[in-house]
Structures are given as C-alpha cells and as structure tokens.
Design a binder for this molecule. Structure first.
Ligand code: ADP
Ligand code: MG
Length: 372
C-alpha cells in the first residue's frame, strides 16, 4: 500500500552557486531510491529561491528550457500544518492545499541557504525529519572562521588564520596587509568565510596578489580569512552517524591545478581521486580520529566529509574544513569512500534516511515545556 511507504521529499537546486552540482547529486540519489520502500516527491528550488513541484521536475531543472507547468510549493514552519503544500492561483486569490505528508526530507542543497542551517531551521520548526546536520552543525561547518575557533578549542590542529571584515579591507587595506604578512611568509590564501567550491579563493604569492585576493573574497562575504599557505596533500574522509559516528577509509585528491580551485573541481577533468589515500597507517588513523572528534565537536549528524591538508614538507596534518552536504553524485568522494569501506551507494542513501528519522525521534523525546 502506497501509504505505508516512507514519503521522502528530495529538495534540490537552490540559490547558491552550487545549484548545478546539487542537480547532479539529486539525480544520482533519485536513481537508487527503492520504489517499493520510498514514495519520492521531488521539490526544486530555483536560483531565485522559488519552490516548485511538478512532472519530470529534475529534468526540467536540468535543461536549459524555461520551466513550465510547475506548481509553487511550500513547507509551513507550523507543525500543525506539517507536510508539503501547493499554491494554486484562482480568481478569488491563491488557494493553498496539502499535497502530501513528508516523513523525511533529503535536502541535497550545497552552500548558502542549503548547507548553512537556514533550511534546517525551517525543517526543525515544521518538525520534519531531515538528512544531515542540524542548525548548529550546519552553520558552524559553513563558517570557516567560527569553525577554526571551535576546532582550536578542541585541540584539533588548524592552519594559522586571521579574520578581517570587508569594511577593514575597503577602509584600511594597509593595516590588513600588515596583519596578513605578519601571519606567515607568502604564499597566503584569501577566502570568504561562508562559501564553497573554492569560489573567491586566491593563492597569493606576493603583495599585489594579496590585495587582489582580498578584494575578490570581499565580493562574496562580509568576513574574510587570510591563511598561511601549506604545501599540501589533500586528504578527505567520510563520516556517517548521529551519536556514534564512524569514519570511512580516507581518500586523496590530486588537483589538476596549483590548488583545488573551482576549475580543478568541476571543469578540468584531470583532477584525480585516490582511494584509499596512499598514506602511512598512522596518518590514516589520525585522520579518522580527528574527523570523528571534529564531527562531535560541532554536534554534526547524518553525514559530513572532513577535509585535511597534509604538509608535504613537515608531515603535519591540519583539519581544513567540514562539508555537511558534500557532493553526492555516484562518482563523488563522499559516497566513493563509503563504497571502498563496504557500504554501497544505495545502502548509504537508505542509511542516511534512517539516521534522519532516528534523530527526529530523539528530538521528540525532549521536553519543551517546563512542568513542575
Ligand atoms: N591554507 C591553505 N593552504 C594550502 N591550500 C589551501 C589552503 N586553504 C585552501 N587551500 C586550497 O584551496 C582549496 C579550497 O579551500 P577550502 O578551504 O577547502 O574551501 P572550499 O570550501 O571552497 O572548498 C583547498 O582544497 C586547497 O586546495
Ligand atoms: Mg574544500
């Protein structure tokens, strides 16, 4: 019976620069969802932030053609009106109807308004189970500045960083340069605090690069980071779970450029993934332990891909960042590392949905009202 199947809303697209990557991830996820177990509803968010449902939605989102005969959809922040609603125009004004209940949502949205706690906040208010980290884990994972501070407080090794604001860059560039150059010799990296896919990141080898890098990063955020540049190997590991997270075998990225830039990630197909990462056993153990500690430190749930920089010169290992909604196509690092650890892509998707439902039940045990 249809009604006994789990109703899953797969949320894709979104307002961030990673909209297209989200569509690719969603396509892979949808292709493995067992129709015997799951009743799937596709929900697409346009670049402008409109929520839509309709026939053949993912294909419509993926083609260059104009979207047509789609219906506006919404989730109320009201648990009494839980589920997915649609809005139809009519002569008397708009008519709102419930389209379906939602047992769990898989927000496969990368970056701003997807991976940063905002959509998670809506789903919390609606009391709908969802895949991945909650509001706190998502937002701390997204903000590279706060993330470094939380990691340092937990004694998880971080590269040296300073945080500056856009105003400081615009009004006192000289002071910012002085602080940045006191951090470490060139190369330095400049980056916006809240973004992904290497957008706005520059490797600066001299002062003029640094000025350009700061101005470029300032296009994308109010807060920017300047970091000591590490001559690094890039090691990544997948973490899965709620209260008892586990780590996969680590992998290594060999970028097809001077660093793992936007071009090296998505355009130049010569970047390589090595699974497992050819590193000594102790490094593997250290990577897995640090990743799980970091995951717990930000109260992550569901999944995260945790990325490291391994200094080629000193052998030091730094935890660089945590991605709470990592790339999720069948050839992406996150699922590939699980496959190499014995969990297939399809099993992984099912496990994430189960973890989402378990986490919701755990939340439901909390008493919200004070009762004497
Ligand atoms: N401090 C650093 N030292 C050396 N390389 C860095 C440093 N910071 C970033 N990079 C390079 O830039 C890439 C993207 O930076 P990252 O902090 O991971 O941001 P994003 O969230 O955009 O992936 C990294 O994969 C790495 O290649
Ligand atoms: Mg990265």
């Amino acid at each position: 019976m249809t009604d006994q199947k789990i109703k899953v809303g797969v949320l894709f697209g979104g307002r961030s620069g990673e909209h297209e990557i989200s569509l690719l991830s969603a396509r892979s996820i949808l292709s493995v969802m067992d129709p015997e177990k799951f009743d799937v509803i596709q929900i697409g968010i346009t670049h402008d932030g409109s929520w839509l449902v309709g026939e053949d939605l993912l294909n419509q989102f993926s083609s260059e053609e104009k979207l047509n005969s789609l219906t506006t959809a919404m989730i109320f922040p009201d648990p009494e009106r839980s589920g997915l609603y649609v809005i139809h125009p009519s002569e008397e004004g708009e008519i709102i109807k419930q389209l379906s209940r939602l047992d769990v949502v898989f927000p496969i949205l990368h970056g701003t308004y997807g991976e940063d706690g905002t959509i998670q906040g809506l789903l919390e208010l609606a009391e709908i189970a969802y895949v991945g980290a909650g509001v706190l884990g998502s937002s701390v994972g997204m903000d590279k500045g706060v993330f470094r501070d939380v990691m340092r407080a937990n004694e998880i090794p971080q590269v040296e960083t300073i945080i500056v604001t856009r105003n400081e860059v615009e009004q006192s560039m000289g002071d910012v340069i002085e602080r940045a150059e006191a951090l470490a010799p060139y190369p330095l990296f400049t980056k916006p605090a809240n973004l992904g896919s290497s957008v706005g990141i520059t490797k600066c080898v001299n002062r003029s690069d640094l000025m350009e890098g700061l101005l470029d990063a300032a296009r994308y955020d109010r807060r920017l980071l300047v970091e000591k540049g590490i001559n690094a190997r890039e090691i990544e590991v997948s973490v899965l779970g709620n209260d008892d997270p586990i780590a996969s075998v680590p992998g290594e990225v060999i970028p097809a450029a001077d660093f793992y830039s936007y071009e090296a990630k998505y355009i130049d197909d010569r970047s390589e993934l090595l699974i497992p990462a050819p590193v000594p056993f102790e490094v593997t153990q250290q990577v897995r332990n640090l990743a799980v500690r970091a995951y717990r430190a930000v109260d992550c749930a569901g999944m995260a891909r945790v990325d490291f920089l391994l200094d080629k010169d000193s052998g030091e290992l730094f935890l660089n960042e945590m991605n709470t909604i990592p790339g999720f196509t069948k050839i992406s690092m996150y699922p590939k590392l699980w496959e190499a650890s014995g969990l297939s892509y399809e099993e992984l998707v099912t496990r994430l949905l189960e973890l989402a439902i378990e986490r919701r039940s755990e939340r439901d045990r909390t008493e919200w009202r004070y009762q004497r």
